[in-house]
Design a protein around this ligand. Structure first.
Ligand SMILES: [Ca+2]
Ligand SMILES: [Ca+2]
Length: 345
């Protein structure tokens, strides 16, 4: 402990003052004649002898016997673990305990004594802990039985966040750009400030909820292949990411493809095969204005384009002059184009 030394030497020819501690052979100089300094002393009984000289080599000696008592507790400093911190894996403990006089014993225990480790002054080591919440008690006693306790709560999270993405669907084709990013982020320690998504290599929004429903920026969606990357982190900085590839195809082209696929079977040429000398009747979905053309197998147009304005979805074509063979018909409106064949007997 620190011991304050104050004394005064009265001599008009003062030269120096020194002291020896506990009958030691060493004489330690002091700055005088007015001494005001601290000495570091262990707890217990002590004897200090002072010797002052003048310039005529005359000296005086005096001595003091006294005891020191340690009344201060040890000081605990921890680098790890720290209160409230979530660690990604078993953290390296770094605990330091000091006492101004003398330490007796120190230990840390985890969760009310499940683990207990004794150490002297310093502990650096890995207690090898798995996922969970922990309470560490660090306790130290000095030789005068002064005690200091420190309680630290911390957690370990070794599990990376789960990302469940439902939109856009991977490897799907979209015909319009109204696409929402929909996903669910799952982690008990999710860190939204480190969770975000990237569209075509450009960082978009950080998430503000574990349930994500955000429209994708349509100006960043391009024809063909697109990709969304979702990044999530927890408070222990465990990272997760997911990649979604999707295709965007121009709306009108896409719709036409779909209509033709869907409506093709609704187009009927009757009778088919067409007997010699007859009219073929074409039925199709009603449109505002529909144009009907007939071609032979070499692609030569056989008729003057028939225009159907009455929206009834039916036209009769007189094929009585056509020779026997296979003919192509094409029915087109603003919404769709249909092709088919009719066989003339
Ligand atoms: Ca002490
Ligand atoms: Ca986690």
């Amino acid at each position: 402990m620190r011991f304050l030394l104050k004394l005064n030497v009265q001599d008009e020819n003062f030269r120096k003052i020194q002291y020896s501690l506990d009958n030691g052979a060493t004489w330690n100089p002091l700055s005088g004649p007015n001494v005001n300094t601290t000495l570091a002393l262990a707890e217990g009984n002590h004897k200090v002898i002072f010797m002052a000289d003048d310039w005529f080599t005359k000296y005086s000696k005096d001595s003091v016997n006294f005891s020191t008592v340690d009344t201060t507790s040890p000081v605990i400093t921890t680098v790890n673990p720290r209160e409230g911190i979530i660690y990604p894996k078993s953290p390296l403990f770094n605990i330091n305990v000091t006492d101004e006089t003398a330490l007796d014993s120190s230990y840390f225990s985890l969760d009310n004594g499940i683990t207990k480790t004794l150490f002297e002054g310093n502990f650096i080591g890995n207690p090898n802990l798995s996922e969970g919440d922990y309470q560490a008690l660090i306790s130290s006693v000095d030789k005068a039985s002064n005690k200091k306790d420190s309680i630290i709560n911390f957690s370990i999270d070794e599990t990376t966040p789960g990302i469940i993405a439902t939109s856009p669907k991977s490897d799907s084709t979209y015909n319009n750009k109204n696409i929402n990013l929909e996903c669910l982020l799952r982690d008990k320690n999710l860190d939204l400030s480190n969770s975000y998504f990237v569209l075509n290599d450009e960082i978009q929004d950080y998430f503000n909820d574990s349930i994500v429903n955000i429209p994708l920026d349509s100006s960043k969606i391009k024809e063909g292949q697109n990709k969304v990357e979702i990044y999530a982190s927890d408070l222990a900085r465990n990272p997760s990411d997911t990649l979604i590839n999707f295709i965007y195809k121009d709306t009108i082209t896409g719709l036409k493809d779909k209509v033709i696929d869907k409506k093709y079977n609704e187009l009927i040429a009757y009778p088919n095969p067409l007997p010699r000398g007859g009219n073929v009747r074409l039925n199709y979905p009603k449109g505002k204005t529909t144009y009907i053309d007939i071609f032979d197998m070499s692609g030569r147009k056989m008729n003057k384009t028939i225009q159907d304005n009455d929206k009834n979805g039916e036209t009769e074509v007189n094929m009585s002059d056509y020779s026997s063979g296979v003919y192509l018909y094409r029915v087109r409106s603003v919404a769709a184009i249909y092709n088919g064949i009719v066989i003339k007997e």
